[in-house]
Design a protein around this ligand. Structure first.
Ligand SMILES: N[C@@H](CCC(=O)N[C@@H](CS)C(=O)NCC(=O)O)C(=O)O
Length: 296
């Protein structure tokens, strides 16, 4: 992205910029509600749960939204699983540290997340990782309002569509983002649009959310990715959704309701900063677990 290098403060410190005033923070980034929320949650007293998370991570944001939605008293532990490169805006890369390096830097995190991926949680003596199981667990200990556990068919339906968000929508979007040739990008986007239509057609009509009036885990599964599709995809690929299409109008109604939900609004970080953190993906040079294993 085009930036004035004079605006970047120089740092030789070990961590990428977290908050305004940190050494690698760009002068024109504004802390948004997400930064303010996590700053506050880093100082939680007597937490019931520890959330190991990264401010930029859409998977972690699923657990984060769930924690906010359920009102659990959680402590935020910021993890940067990637190397810092002071030549890059904010120092952000998508180049994974080794598991041993992560273990040295964040022993508690690795004790809860054996692959070294965020999100992970520690609740009493229970450690869990992987975004959807973590989000489901937080929901379960807070009264199971986001995932239906009474009706087996409804529970299965929610799982099907949560997985669709991860395995289809999210994956095709990232494939387009990392593509270095226009043809590959366009082919991935074509499939991405088709997977979005399929989701839109499964949404109930009696309210804006996936389940109509009821905010649920399917909304949480997609929201962080939709935010990035619009902001990051728009920036690096000039991605425009086909808004003349009824399915995308349904998705726009869905997004307006979801982004205004207080639990989601509380997790929205600064757009320009989020864009900066995706630079390695857009250049096709990421070596993250996702880049190596499932953005193919
Ligand atoms: N399948 C995992 C994916 C989590 C994931 O890939 N998180 C990224 C950050 S967005 C991570 O921790 N990357 C560290 C690495 O690749 O080394 C989930 O759903 O939680």
């Amino acid at each position: 992205m085009e930036r004035d290098p004079k605006k970047q403060k120089v740092d030789d410190g070990p961590t990428a910029a977290l908050f305004a005033g940190d050494a690698l923070w760009y002068a024109d980034w504004q802390e948004a509600s997400g930064e303010l929320t996590l700053k506050q949650r880093m100082n939680t007293k007597d937490p019931e749960l520890i959330l190991f998370s990264s401010w930029f991570c859409p998977f972690a944001q699923r657990a984060w939204i769930t924690a906010e939605e359920t009102g659990i008293n959680y402590l935020w532990k910021e993890i940067n699983p990637y190397y810092v490169d002071s030549e890059q805006p904010g120092g952000y890369t998508k180049k994974s540290m080794t598991l041993d390096e992560k273990k040295t830097k964040y022993p508690d995190f690795i004790a809860s997340s054996p692959r070294g991926l965020v999100p992970a949680i520690k609740h009493k003596d229970i450690s869990l990782w992987e975004s959807l199981p973590v989000a489901e667990y937080i929901d379960a200990i807070r009264g199971a309002k986001l995932m239906n556990r009474q009706d087996p068919c409804e529970a299965a339906r929610q799982h099907i569509w949560c997985n669709h968000c991860t395995d289809r929508i999210q994956k095709k979007y990232y494939q387009a983002l990392v593509a270095q040739e226009k043809q590959t990008e366009e082919a991935a986007l074509k499939e991405f649009f088709s997977e979005c239509r399929m989701l839109a057609n499964a949404m109930r009509d009696d309210g804006p959310f996936f389940n109509g009036k009821e905010f649920s885990m399917v909304d949480i599964a997609l929201a962080p990715f939709w935010q990035r599709i619009l902001i990051v995809g728009g920036h690096y690929m000039g991605l425009k959704l086909p808004t003349e299409d009824l399915a995308f109008q349904r998705l726009e109604t869905w997004w307006q309701a979801v982004r205004s939900r207080p639990s989601v609004a509380a997790t929205i970080v600064c757009d320009a900063r989020l864009i900066a953190s995706y630079s390695d993906y857009s250049k096709g040079v990421a070596t993250s677990d996702a880049a190596r294993n499932y953005i193919k």
